[in-house]
Design a protein. Structure first.
Length: 135
């Protein structure tokens, strides 16, 4: 053997730097364009989802009052409606603030997904086409 053994990875050419305008890949390998329009759309989507959670939570707390939310959940047949009413109100307000504040989004979107899925099943249980459209 005349020289030190090298691995196939060590023999590869160094990576070239991409131009700043080139498309880049996110952590899942999906190609995303690095443009201002895309960033604006993501920001608008985040703001709308945050408001979609925050406004109904505040309305349930200050306008409708928690007692009416308990009555609504009782009428729908949910178990322990007094506890679920407060969990619903706190989850809506908390996740709305988290999403609007762009804080820990990976975990902040889990409660809205659960809440909106349960709302869809509750409202459209008898009508499957409407349920699929809602989800």
């Amino acid at each position: 053997m005349s020289g030190p053994a090298t691995s196939p990875l060590a023999r590869q050419a160094p990576l070239q730097r991409a131009s700043p305008r080139a498309a880049k890949s996110n952590h899942r390998g999906v190609i995303m364009k690095d443009c201002a329009k895309c960033k604006n759309l993501f920001t608008a989507n985040r703001i709308l989802l945050g408001l979609l959670m925050l406004v109904p939570g505040l309305l349930k707390l200050f306008v409708v009052k928690p007692a009416a939310v308990v009555g609504m959940l009782t009428g729908m047949g949910y178990p322990i409606p007094s506890v679920l009413a407060w969990v619903l109100i706190i989850a809506e307000i908390g996740t709305g603030i988290m999403i609007l504040g762009n804080w820990n989004l990976r975990y902040a979107i889990i409660p809205p997904a659960i809440i909106l899925t349960l709302a869809g099943f509750t409202a459209y249980w008898g009508s499957w086409p409407s349920l699929i459209l809602h989800l």
